[in-house]
Design a protein around this ligand. Sequence first.
Ligand code: ARG
Length: 466
Amino acid sequence: MAKPSHATWGGRFTAGPAELMLQFSESVSFDRRLAPFDIAGSKAHSAMLAHVGLITAKERDAIHAGLDAILAQIVAGKFAWDTKLEDVHMNIEQALTKRMPAAAKLHTARSRNDQIATDMRLFFKHACAVLAEKILGAERALLAAAEVNRDVLIPGYTHLQRAQPVGLPHHLFAWLEMLERDRRRFGEVAAHANWCPLGSGAIAGTTLPIDREFTAKALGFTDAKGRPQVTQNSMDTVADRDLFIEFAAACALFGVHLSRIAEDLILWSSAEFKFVELPDAFCTGSSLMPQKKNPDSCELLRGKSARLQGNLHTLLTLTKGLPLTYNRDLQEDKPPVFDSFDQTAICADVLAGTLGGMEVIRSRCAAAVSDPALLATDLADYLVLKGVAFRDAHHAVGAVVRLAENKNVELNQLTTADVREVHAAFAPDWSEIFDLKRALAKREGTGMPGPKQVARQFARWKKALK
Ligand code: ARG
């Protein structure tokens, strides 16, 4: 005969779960990391129960002391987690029960459904703050790299073909824009998390006279004016996993940005470009080829982005098609979220470390940017200012480029006579176009790479990343 059930929900059962079922259904192996949030939630909940008179102040104090002692044990690594007790909630409740009779009252007017929703909202607020801080660290490393290489020019690329010259800081600031959007996105996810689920119960709240606002306040689910924010529909509260998806999406999009930055760095560090030397501390060698120095941190950043996207996809697929409200499937929502958090955190640190040790090879940048063909568009603009329609100017400069190719000379080595044969609007001053400094100084509209604009962006970022 099967053993009777000792689970907290065991009242209506004559037999306990099979060993295989216990092994299959436990989540404590991964949700134990929610313990600090679970305990904070239980403390606020029991404070509320005392506030409305459902437990005594003495019972509340005993529960608080017990929970504090359990948290201390957990932090010290001395807590005996038991997979037979399924999850973090039951492990903690059982430990409390062993300590005091009042523990039997803690779960009054609460379900694990609104409890896990609360734990996770607290987790998301914490995780978003941690990630925003780490991204800020990477942004600062980027700004520092821009600062020491303020005057370095490189070709900008489209289609991975040399396009137009830009200052290196302008390129690095493009990355900064991406990272700053990511950082803000985590702030937005945290704001969405800031609503308290407790009081929603299993699905339909409770008949007991609870005070949801009290609990929300105690847990910091408050608006800018300190007013409590509680979720507005008990069914949605226990069924909703939007936040999980939003959080994973913010991680995945950050991952996409990381991957694009990493790809630029991989190219730049290749012998073909050699614009940068990546730090030894973030590269590895080959077990066979002694000369190799591989950009592994960047390749892993690029690779991890796939994993972050996979986690997002897991959550989307997990949630799609589930009937309202809670279904046990939802227990599978946590591993992808935790993995996205852990990987995003380390990725941000690794990006900061890689950028922090990156050295720019100025001679290689200067050689690449000296290609006069990068200013072909400026030459077309020159003709426009002489009254030529842009389409005609574009065509004429195309012919000039072809002529230089045929003569096997650089664009700026053609004579004025050569170019005048292509278009009569070319005058002797045409060759001034190939002065890089002058070319950049003409790009002073907002968002352009002219020196005044770049100086403005330096000032803006210094202030924003203080
Ligand atoms: N471990 C569960 C989860 O993560 C907690 C909620 C359980 N609720 C339930 N009705 N079995 O989803």
